[in-house]
Design a binder for this molecule. Structure first.
Ligand code: NAD
Length: 266
C-alpha cells in the first residue's frame, strides 16, 4: 500500500483525493495537511469534512506529513508547491504536483528539486486531456501555418490563474507541432484596436463563471474550414484519479520530473 499525504486536504481537489484514496485498494491515507491557521488543523479529517470520524487528524506540519508518507499529492498554490518540492525531495517522498499558475522561476526551482527527487507535474491529470495534448501536436504539425490556432478555455468563478494550466499544455503542444516556441507566438486575449491577427500566433481566451469544472477547445481555423478539438471535464474525479495513479507509478522511479504522458505510457 502506498501511503499518500494530501496537501490542501480541505480544497476542492483535496477533498476529492481524500475520498478516492479512501476507496483505493493500492493506497492509504498517510496524512492530511492544511495551511497553518486553517480551521481544519487539529480536527479529525472526517469530522472536519462533515462526515464520520476517520481517525486521522489534519496537520499543518509538512515535515510530519512527509515522514508518514511515500507520496504527497499537491493541488494548492505555486509558492506552496515550490517549497514542498524541495522538502519532499530531501525526504525521499514522491511529489505529484497538480497546482497550476507557476512562473518561470518557480518551474526552474521545481526542476532543481527533481534532480534529487521524483516529481510528476501536469497542468491536467486526466487521461482525456493528455491524449488531447498529443492530438493537438499531431494536428498542428499536419495543418501547418495556414491554419490559425485559438485556444478557448472555461472554468468556475473561483479559479485564480489564466490561461489555465491545461490551455498552456495545449498551446505548448500546438507550438511544438509547428516547430515554434510558445513564448514567441502566444497572444493573450484581445481588446481594442489590435490590428489584424499575427501570422503564426496562438491565441488564448479564458471564460470564468459558475461551477464549470474545465472545458478546452483548440480551434484550427483555415480558409473555408475549421477543426475544433474539444475536451469537457464533467467531474473533478478525473484529475484526482490521474494524480493517484501518478503517485503509485512514481514509487521506485529514479529522480526526475515526469509528465502524465510518462505515467499513462502515451
Ligand atoms: P482550492 O482553493 O479549493 O484548494 C487549495 C487548498 O490548498 C485550500 O484548501 C488551501 O487552504 C490549501 N493550502 C493553501 N496553502 C497551503 C499550505 N501552505 N499547506 C497546505 N495547504 C494549503 O483549489 P482547487 O480548485 O482544489 O485547485 C488547486 C490547484 O490545483 C489550482 O492551482 C488549480 O488550478 C489546480 N488544478 C489542477 C488540476 C490538474 O489536473 N492538474 C485539476 C484541478 C485543479
Amino acid at each position: 500500500m502506498v501511503r499518500i499525504a494530501v496537501m490542501g486536504a480541505s480544497g476542492r481537489m483535496g477533498q476529492m483525493l481524500v475520498q478516492l484514496v479512501g476507496e483505493s485498494d493500492l493506497a492509504v491515507l498517510g496524512a492530511a495537511v492544511e495551511r497553518p491557521g486553517h480551521g481544519w488543523v487539529g480536527q479529525d479529517l472526517g469530522v472536519a469534512a462533515g462526515g464520520a470520524a476517520l481517525g486521522l487528524r489534519v496537520t499543518d506540519s509538512v515535515a510530519q506529513a512527509l515522514e508518514q508518507s511515500d507520496a504527497v499529492i499537491d493541488f494548492t498554490a505555486p509558492g506552496v508547491s515550490v517549497a514542498l518540492a524541495e522538502q519532499a525531495a530531501a525526504m525521499g517522498v514522491a511529489h505529484v504536483i497538480g497546482t497550476t499558475g507557476f512562473s518561470d522561476a518557480d518551474l526552474q526551482a521545481i526542476a532543481r528539486a527533481a534532480e534529487r527527487g521524483v516529481i510528476v507535474r501536469a497542468g491536467n491529470m486526466s487521461l482525456g486531456v493528455n491524449l488531447l495534448v498529443q492530438l493537438t501536436a499531431q494536428v498542428a504539425r499536419a495543418l501547418g501555418m495556414e491554419y490559425d490556432i485559438e485556444i478557448v478555455e472555461a472554468h468556475h468563478r473561483h479559479k485564480v490563474d489564466a490561461p489555465s494550466g491545461t490551455a498552456l499544455m495545449l498551446g505548448e503542444a500546438a507550438a511544438e507541432g509547428r516547430g515554434q516556441r510558445l513564448a514567441d507566438v502566444s497572444e493573450r486575449g484581445r481588446d481594442g484596436i489590435t490590428g489584424a491577427r499575427q501570422a503564426g500566433a496562438i491565441g488564448f481566451h479564458a471564460i470564468r463563471g459558475g461551477d464549470i469544472i474545465g472545458e478546452h477547445d483548440v480551434i484550427f481555423a483555415g480558409t473555408g474550414e475549421r477543426i475544433t478539438l474539444r475536451h469537457v471535464a464533467s467531474d473533478r474525479s478525473v484529475f484526482a484519479r490521474g494524480a493517484l495513479r501518478a503517485a503509485i507509478w512514481a514509487q521506485g522511479q529514479p529522480p526526475g520530473e515526469y509528465s502524465m504522458a510518462a505515467v499513462l505510457g502515451l
